[in-house]
Design a protein around this ligand. Structure first.
Ligand code: ATR
Length: 289
């Protein structure tokens, strides 16, 4: 593409950002659609966040992705935050509309769209969500609106219960929070349809760990991991062996990115192109299917 006086800029801000897959995914997508937009990565320290956001406003950046450690702190600098992002307390996407900054959280939607795109219907189904950290919270907020039953299991039981309580207060649902243990997994997994790992168990370098013992998995499950390094975690390998349908963490990354792309451009994201470049970037970083 030709950069000229009309080129718009999107960026990811965080610390660190040098391994982010977002620049390659979004630049490939802008190019594919012939859009005059470029995407760059800015390393921003906590003490520089306010200046960075003021700079983004005055330079007229079109959009931002926000990653760790700024997802929470950024909210105070935004003009508006959508209800989901506000409830979660975390923003990962910003749209700059004529100097007004709008915050969104596309992580939970990313997971639910990834499931749908992989022909996994979560409506009228039971979902078991493992984890109650930042990522799990975003997923739980979306899942509770799109599933019949949601059960959250977490190593620290109190966090699972608190998250369930927050969801029930917000949506009037009956989400349950329990401890992540073999006994509870045995009780819950039998009638579970969709099982999502949002804990960090199994992430590189701890590649031989899984949050669920292999012998508890069954062929009636649709299993998703949000970890994408490795691309196929032990959890997903074990699920595949028993004949469960599996969705990798790359899909969450991809669809949360696709959703952000659509917020900035109002155009459907070219997901296949984004996936191809994300996979080659991961391969460069030594992460292979
Ligand atoms: P993120 O923002 O990626 O969700 P996080 O907020 O630190 O990261 O959450 C990490 C999640 O992985 C938590 O649910 C954590 O459980 P605790 O709340 O008990 O800490 C879970 N987790 C991390 N290590 C774990 C382990 N060894 N076994 C089980 N769960 C683990």
């Amino acid at each position: 593409m030709k950069i000229n006086g009309k080129t718009k800029v999107c960026a990811v801000i965080g610390d660190p950002v040098d391994h982010s897959l977002s620049p390659v995914m979004h630049n490939a997508a802008f190019k594919e659609l012939g859009l005059n937009i470029v995407y760059v990565a800015f390393s921003v320290k906590t003490e520089g966040l306010e200046d960075a956001i003021l700079g983004a406003k005055s330079l007229g950046l079109l959009g931002l992705n926000v990653t760790m450690p700024h997802k929470h702190a950024i909210i105070q600098y935004l003009d508006e935050t959508d209800s989901t992002a506000k409830a979660i307390g975390a923003v990962n996407t910003i749209l700059n509309e004529r100097g007004r900054l709008f915050g969104y959280n596309t992580d939970g939607k990313g997971v639910m769209i990834a499931l749908k795109e992989n022909r996994i219907d979560s409506e009228e189904k039971k979902m078991l969500l493992l984890g109650a950290g930042g990522a799990a919270k975003a997923i739980a907020f979306q899942a509770t609106q799109e599933t019949d039953e949601l059960v959250i299991l977490n190593r620290t039981e109190e966090k699972a219960k608190q998250l369930a309580e927050l969801l029930n207060k917000t949506f009037g649902t009956k989400v349950t929070g329990r401890t992540l243990s073999v006994e509870v997994l045995k009780e819950e997994l039998g009638n579970t349809d969709v099982l999502v790992n949002a804990t960090s168990v199994g992430m590189s370098p701890d590649v031989n760990a899984s949050p669920v013992p292999a012998d508890l998995l069954h062929s009636g499950l649709c299993v998703m991991d949000i970890i994408y390094n490795p691309l196929e975690t032990k959890f997903l390998k074990d699920a595949k062996i028993v004949g469960a349908k599996v969705v990798s963490g790359l899909e969450m990354l991809l669809y949360q990115g696709a959703f952000a792309f659509e917020i900035w451009t109002n155009c459907p994201a070219p997901v296949d192109v984004m996936k191809k470049v994300a996979l080659s970037k991961l391969a460069e970083q030594g992460v292979r299917p």
